[in-house]
Design a binder for this molecule. Sequence first.
Ligand SMILES: [Fe+2]
Length: 287
Amino acid sequence: MQPVTQPTSSGGSEGAGAQGHAVLAELGAVAVVVAAGAFGLARRRRARLYRLHADKVANIKRRHPLELRLERHGVPGFDGALVKVPDFLPAGVFARLHSDIVGLGTSERAYVPVMRRGATASYESLITELPGVVAYYHSADLMRFISRVVRDPVEPTPINDQSSLSILHYDKPLDHIGWHFDHNFYRGRHFTALLTIVNQGSGENGLSHAVLTANFGGRIVAVPTEPNSLVLFEGAKVRHKVTPLHEGEHRVVLSMTCCTDPRARLWQGLARRVKDTAYYGVRALWT
Ligand SMILES: [Fe+2]
């Protein structure tokens, strides 16, 4: 007669433990599939949105041709990778931009401890709300001028890059940006152009204390940014910051980026999205 083997209590807990692990693994797999599906859906939606935005930008360019007459500035030197051009736009063009931008009320405030404090209106919101500003950024005159200065043909950075065109508002005491480079997330060279729209306060010459300060040519230099001045620089080479705003002051800047080759490698696209979360929140991750 064969002895009857009774299951031991330790064998029972091993079985239950194995079952628990299997359930956890299954739940984990389901969570991964759900997260991947949601991410894929969000990306497809964003891709559809960008196709719509690209159509809108094409229409804006057709309907708002702009003559900026920038030849009058000649070809300013760009040896230190930074140049400032005062009275950049013809008075009438600047007055229209100023009135459009000052009238726009929708900005997202961001506060990244130590690094940045201020409000930003993104490219997406400008495409919908300020076609005149988008037309200015895409104008052939502007891109031709920048190309002449940097001695390399440039074009606007892609539509899914939220920093391609944005409005930066400094309107609360201590708004600022700490020392940083504008890192290049593209295959070609990358440039930042800042057109100052508003700058008023109790600083030098009635300007605000939010002063663009750059480390270039081996020196740290304060660059006064009067309204209608353009500062163009290669942000990956020129470390820069904006000092804190004082009470009752106001500075508004139209920020535009362009590059010589807008293609990006996979790691460059990922790095750009992570950087953009500082300005536009986590939605920038699936742009
Ligand atoms: Fe910057």
